[in-house]
Design a protein around this ligand. Structure first.
Ligand SMILES: NC(=O)c1ccc[n+]([C@@H]2O[C@H](COP(=O)([O-])OP(=O)(O)OC[C@H]3O[C@@H](n4cnc5c(N)ncnc54)[C@H](OP(=O)(O)O)[C@@H]3O)[C@@H](O)[C@H]2O)c1
Length: 272
């Protein structure tokens, strides 16, 4: 299957634009082969023009061999019903819509179109997304390989069984927001101790990045790495004791769980 025309419905939104940007920078597509659509004229007016954008979904899907759906869950059904008769019969449909399963998309499109569901996250903006992928019943290995090529420019990609996709939303989709809470709180700890705010924020962010790199590069268990830096009777164990006492681990576990549950309820609801 050739990758020569990509249409991103909702392509001027946060996720759609980040993905297009990553694809253009990585030269997976030429700007002239990408079309984004949006719903409101004011969004179109604000577009930088780095690639073509339009309000016309029907015109945009004509001839596209890959269609990326990047709208909110409450828009997905209407958009797919609107465009299904104008799409190429062999088009690959990739959806990043939260909570909407592949079987629903296949049903709305009718026929036997290949559908792949992806859950990226907002760190795609800085090419550090974690993207989970699963495929519908008509998508082939070739479609999966192509989709991996489309998401690899914006970060890591993992194939996941579809029954885990809402859990991936709770962890990888919503996780950056949780990590940002942690960064902000760590920085406030520094400010409480008298550090300038900008220094505290820089340190907190780099600390999370460093800890993440340690896990990713060594492949070691986080608890093992933590034990290596926690000297018996030292200062780190006092901080860890406080985190345990205040319930940070259980708060994060429950945050992932409630977000995953909500993700499964979003189809048909407004926003996320
Ligand atoms: N943000 C995240 O971290 C994240 C992570 C994983 C998955 N997701 C999922 O990705 C999807 C997009 O999220 P987002 O954060 O990028 O939202 P967003 O910034 O609000 O972008 C959604 C875009 O969809 C456009 N749109 C809505 N209805 C449309 C229609 N009928 N035709 C064409 N365009 C239409 C909107 O255009 P107008 O602005 O012109 O109305 C808007 O620009 C959602 O399903 C979200 O759950 C998001």
């Amino acid at each position: 299957m050739e990758t020569n025309r990509l249409t991103v419905i909702g392509g001027l939104g946060k996720m759609g634009a980040a993905l297009i940007d990553g694809l253009l920078v990585a030269e997976v597509y030429e700007a002239s082969d990408v079309v984004a659509t949006t719903r409101h004229q004011r969004r179109l007016d604000a577009h930088t023009g780095a690639f073509r954008a339009t309000l016309d979904n029907l015109e945009a899907v004509l001839g596209a061999d890959v269609l990326l759906l990047a709208v909110h869950p409450d828009q997905a059904r209407d958009v797919l019903l609107q465009i299904k008769d104008d799409m190429r019969p062999d088009a690959l449909v990739i959806s990043i819509v939260t909570g909407v399963p592949t079987f629903a998309i296949e049903g709305w499109l009718g026929g036997q179109l290949p559908v792949i569901r992806a859950i990226p996250n907002i760190a795609a903006v800085v090419r550090a997304s974690m993207t989970a992928l699963c495929r519908g019943q008509y998508a082939t290995e070739e479609h999966m390989l192509l989709t991996e090529r489309l998401f690899e420019p914006v970060g890591l990609v993992a194939r996941i069984d579809e029954r885990h996709m809402d859990s991936c939303t709770g962890l990888a989709g919503c996780g950056p927001a949780f990590a940002l809470e942690v960064i902000e709180a760590l920085a406030l700890g520094g400010v409480k101790r008298g550090l300038p705010r900008d220094v505290a924020r820089l340190m907190a962010a780099q600390v999370l990045r460093g800890a993440a790199e340690l896990v990713l590069e060594t492949g070691m268990h986080p608890a093992e790495l933590r034990d290596q830096v926690t000297t018996p009777g030292g200062c780190t164990i006092d901080g860890i004791t406080k985190l345990e006492e205040r319930g940070l681990p259980i708060a994060l576990i429950e945050a992932v769980e409630v977000s995953a549950i909500k993700a499964g309820l979003l189809r048909g609801e407004n926003g996320d």
